[in-house]
Design a protein around this ligand. Structure first.
Ligand code: NAD
Ligand code: 6OD
Length: 437
């Protein structure tokens, strides 16, 4: 077995480690606008979004896991024995050693800290490999680590690409003791093959083709507002976005018109403009992928409700990778556009007649990340939510996060859960000690 390289960081008293993690959060908050500017420059996301979600969550991830590790109890059982002497079982938590963290470009700081914070809280050293598209905030974070007094060698950043580069080197390295990865499902499959010879634990948060189910008894304003966020936030580049929307037939026409109106009133503009709530896609290559699905939808027989092309401004924004927010109807459930993750500001809306039909359509996917249910009937909300074959279901809300809850997906959407104690358990090796009393 590989010797664990736990080092002084892993041996530091938990309270001292937790205090340092709070200092990292202080450092992110102290340089809030540097982090926001870096995230906006790398991704093109609206400054309002980076200020509201990405950077605050970067800091919150450190605070939440600092407090959690300090307050986490240990598992213990008193075990009966045939001779009535009994035994005490208790479990101690140790760091895995060196954890490799590989992250995507859509929420760079949020997703990197979502993994680095609990890994460091558990006493591991980390080597992070941010996406080649978005290297800046991982590097800024290294400065915040240094300012907070994190010893050298605990938080390490390697920049590079995936296959045949930093990503693959990290996953195949014999001195890396665990890999946590967020990204595309097929990248997860490639990483699984690479880690196999060295038998490392893996945690995978992968793609999605998430469904929303809207019942006729929903609060119409809340549901259309919520779905507009769920479809178009971050230009649809959130793994949790709803790309399949199922609407009860009674309100189908009205709902499609209301969502169309929301799409057409989004403010597409300069990422630095506070009013912008629709930025460009991440890259020319990704825009080509999204546009290829826009074309495919029409070939597959879709009715275009709105959008379907490139946004034109007549100024320098035309060098950005903007696309129109897009809504389709009329596709069969077997269409590729209904089955495959597009990862853009686009959804297909289909009608349903019964609860059973809606549940069956929502679950008819190889993915299993997230779902949202919109209804005023709370019993139905519970009933339908419990039938969703996903890791996360929201009722009358979307992307409302409590960092103590399990996060992850079923099927092609991932392996394992992170969040709260689930993170602490992944980033630790548990040693159960059984003592005969
Ligand atoms: P990606 O899989 O292309 O890349 C993610 C990271 O993996 C990058 O750092 C990349 O360099 C690295 N990588 C690529 N190939 C690799 C290899 N063979 N070995 C090691 N590393 C490799 O994903 P992306 O395009 O950056 O992000 C978009 C995808 O991420 C979407 O599918 C989205 O659904 C998914 N995602 C999932 C979640 C979640 O929590 N489930 C969150 C965000 C994004
Ligand atoms: O909120 C989170 O913790 C999380 N991991 C979000 C992932 C979003 C996907 O793009």
């Amino acid at each position: 077995m590989r010797p664990r390289r736990v080092g002084n960081w892993g041996k530091l008293a938990v309270a001292a480690r937790a205090a340092l993690l709070h200092k990292i959060a202080d450092g992110i908050e102290a340089r809030f606008s540097d982090f926001v500017q870096a995230e906006v420059a790398d991704t093109g996301k609206p400054v309002s979004l980076a200020s509201k979600i990405d950077v605050p969550r970067g800091a919150a991830n450190f605070r939440v896991f600092a407090d959690l590790i300090k307050n986490a109890g240990i598992e213990a059982f008193r075990t009966e024995t045939p001779d009535s002497v009994a035994a005490l079982n208790y479990c101690v938590r140790k760091p895995l050693g060196v954890v490799g963290i590989i992250t995507p470009w859509n929420l760079p700081l949020l997703l990197l800290t979502w993994k680095a914070a609990p890994a460091l809280a558990c006493g591991n050293c980390v080597v992070v490999k941010p996406s080649e598209e978005t290297p800046a905030t991982a590097t800024l974070l290294a400065e915040a680590m240094q300012d907070a007094g994190i010893p050298k060698g605990i938080y390490n950043v390697v920049h590079g690409f995936g296959p045949g580069s930093a990503g693959e080197f990290l996953t195949s390295h014999p001195d890396v003791d665990g890999i946590t990865f967020t990204g595309e499902s097929r990248t997860g499959a490639a990483i699984m093959q690479t880690v196999a010879p060295t038998v490392k634990p893996v945690s995978f948060e992968l793609g999605g083709k998430n469904a929303a189910i809207v019942f006729a008894d929903c609060n119409f304003e809340e549901a259309t507002g919520g779905l507009s966020e769920a479809v178009f936030l971050n230009t649809g580049q959130v793994c949790l976005c709803a790309e399949r929307v199922y609407v009860e037939r009674k309100i189908f026409g009205a709902f499609v018109q209301a969502l169309k109106q929301k799409a057409e009133t989004l403010h597409a503009g300069w990422p630095s403009d506070e009013r912008t709530n629709l930025g460009p896609l991440i890259s020319a290559q990704h825009r080509e992928k999204v546009l290829s699905y826009y074309r495919l939808a029409l070939e597959e027989g879709a009715t275009l409700v709105t959008g379907g092309g490139v946004l034109k401004f007549g100024d320098d924004r035309d060098h950005g990778f903007y696309v129109q927010p897009t809504i389709y109807t009329g596709l069969p459930e077997t269409a590729r556009c209904v089955k495959e993750e597009i990862f853009g500001p686009v959804c297909h809306v289909a009608p349903f007649d019964s609860e059973e039909e809606a549940v069956a359509m929502a679950n008819d996917t190889k993915y299993g990340l997230a779902a949202s249910i919109w209804t005023s009937d709370l019993r139905r909300g519970h009933r339908v939510a419990q039938q969703m074959n996903v890791g996360i279901t929201w009722v009358n809300c979307w992307f409302l996060r409590d960092l103590r809850t399990p996060f992850g997906g079923a099927g092609l959407s991932g392996i394992g859960r992170e969040g709260g104690m689930h993170s602490l358990n992944f980033y630790s090796e548990l040693n159960n000690i059984c003592i005969r009393l």
